[in-house]
Ligand binder design. Structure first.
Ligand code: MG
Length: 277
């Protein structure tokens, strides 16, 4: 009976305080997060370092919905630069490109020179499909040479390196003159191949390099560069070095005199990468 009376007193006394003891002043209420709750989650979990969000935060905005493509086709939020039908997104040295356009692809031809996208891009994801001539002609740098230039000045080499040797930092999927691909993932000449490129633009401040360009590249779905820092703009037989430029530039396709084909080119501009502490 005595035990039951003590238990009842404990339950009736706020916060289990002994009778006669004063309660400590209540802690000030935590400010209410004014941001709207956008879905299921929590508002009492730990903050994730470097962010303004909690673990499983119910106020954290949800990513936009994008419908992915199939077999390399463009996702719904991509800028389609070439769908095989026209050159409307491209220009040559003297206006309209004079490359060959047929059967859903464009082909380096007519001494048409390098072509460039009319739109300019900085950080981006770029998908390009290409095929080298079949039967192959030439050797080393003379076999199926072309190139994809980010911002008009950073080349990812296009070359037929299927049973064709050249210098390592100039082979297919190399960052030309700087970094060979980690592996040679070439398909035979004439077969369509793909580049999926994640490009981070260099940043210049007061005329000096603040942050280099970075490239991640998948060649035919195989990772061949993983966030590689570039040492400068592409050069031939010279050490690459940076020269300041704006935050955006065109995507260029090289005319190296070989009838390389391109199709299915799309790009997704990306938000600038968060600064690194
Ligand atoms: Mg080239």
């Amino acid at each position: 009976m005595k035990t039951n009376l003590w238990l009842a007193l404990c339950l009736l006394t706020p916060f289990g305080l002994a009778i006669g003891q004063e309660a400590a002043p209540a802690a000030p209420a935590a400010p209410v997060d004014p941001r709207p709750i956008v879905g299921p989650g929590y508002d009492d979990t730990a903050m994730i370092p470097g962010t303004e969000w909690r673990v499983h935060d119910n106020r954290r905005p949800h990513p936009a919905i994008v419908t992915p493509g199939t077999d390399g086709s463009a996702p719904s939020d991509a800028v389609v630069l070439f769908d095989g039908t026209d050159f409307s997104h491209w220009q040559g040295p003297k206006g309209e490109p004079t490359w060959k356009l047929e059967n859903g692809y464009m082909e380096v031809a007519n001494k048409g020179g390098q072509i460039r996208s009319k739109e300019e891009f900085g950080d981006c994801q770029l998908h390009v499909e290409w095929a080298s001539p079949n039967p192959p002609k030439g050797e080393s740098q003379g076999r199926g040479n072309s190139g994809v230039f980010l911002m008009g000045c950073y080349e990812i080499q296009v070359l037929d390196c299927y049973e064709n040797k050249t210098y390592a930092d100039g082979q297919t999927a190399s960052i030309y003159g700087q970094m060979p691909p980690e592996v040679n993932a070439c398909r035979p000449p004439g077969e369509w191949q793909s580049y999926d490129i994640i490009f981070t633009a260099p940043v210049f401040k007061d005329g000096k390099l603040e942050s280099p360009a970075y490239i991640t590249l998948l060649h035919n779905g195989v990772l061949v560069h993983n966030h590689v820092a570039l040492i400068g703009r592409t050069a031939h037989k010279n050490l690459a070095k940076y020269s300041p430029h704006g935050p955006k530039g065109p995507i260029c396709l090289q005319d190296h005199g070989n009838p390389v084909r391109y199709r299915n080119i799309w790009v997704r501009p990306l938000p600038p990468a968060p600064p690194v502490d």
